[in-house]
Design a protein around this ligand. Sequence first.
Ligand code: FNR
Length: 331
Amino acid sequence: MFAGKYILSPMVRVGGLPFRLTCLDYGADLVYAEEVIAQRLLKCTKIFNETLGTVDFLDEDGGVCFRTTSKESDKVIFQMGVSDPDVAAQAAQMIEHYVAGIDVNMGCPKDYSIKGNMGAALLTQPQLIKKILCKLISVCSKPVTCKIRILESEEETLSLCKEIESTGVAALAVHGRTRYTRSSHPCNYDIIQKIKSVVSIPVILNGASLDINNRSDMTAVMKKTGVDSIMIARAAWYNPSVFRDPEPVSVREAVQKFMKYCIDYECPLHILKYTIGKFRGAFKDNQSSLEVTRHIETRLIYDYFGLGDYEVASKRTGDIQEEFQKKKRQK
Ligand code: FNR
């Protein structure tokens, strides 16, 4: 399942259902969903949304925490942020029937993760990592993976990877930067190549976006390092059709596909804007997409991309979620 795959990397706010479906349409083999904190999922209520044809996990205040549909159920990996094995197991049991696999985020360097003993905080606690992964594997009927960053020394990194392998995970995704490395710095391909030589589970390389403009760039990185699969975040955000064989489509075409899915699945408007704000060259003028999307009215964006009629006809504009988010922000 994790060999020879071109994979969408998890991205908070970006990697919701519309973005995942867009990447799948363009040729991604698997899509990792944005991280959800396991404790948050446990407080959610599951509903079958018959209007949209989705399964929704709703927060206590009615907002969507995780939305999925059968269109992606054999391709989507649910990623959780977690520090407690039992909580991880409960969250996995809640979600496993609707997804293709479960992943644990062991790379997030953000304050909230570190303070919660999650994400990159786990990297220096191999015993806890093992407890979480072994527990998950023991209760879960779907493959379990984890996504790590490299540590400061090669020795520590290789030893951690071997410990992780010993839990029985289905694959290991490795971001070739430490928790202190800036994302503008090069990815450390050498260490990932070494990891591949010391473990026998599939290794998924992550962190290569600076070197990726199309699918053949991804293939070249896989060949160069000998890894099993590649997982891309920012290059997919710039243009989700980067997965397309042999070449991406124009950014405008990719935006249109993404926006249709946003309309179909009631994506909150602020997420839509935030996401296309990074699509490279989405707007013709000299302003950056980010600047334009911040200031432009959403309706004008629909019109700009020729989707005004589609949006009006669908009557599913995401307004409900947007209103909800607005109220939440005002509180
Ligand atoms: C991320 N990243 C990330 N990683 C993760 O494991 N879970 C997550 O939810 C997120 N969220 C997230 C949001 C955004 C906006 C970005 C840009 C990144 C990290 C990401 O998955 C990936 O590891 C890095 O971006 C490096 O890969 P690329 O960008 O070089 O392909």
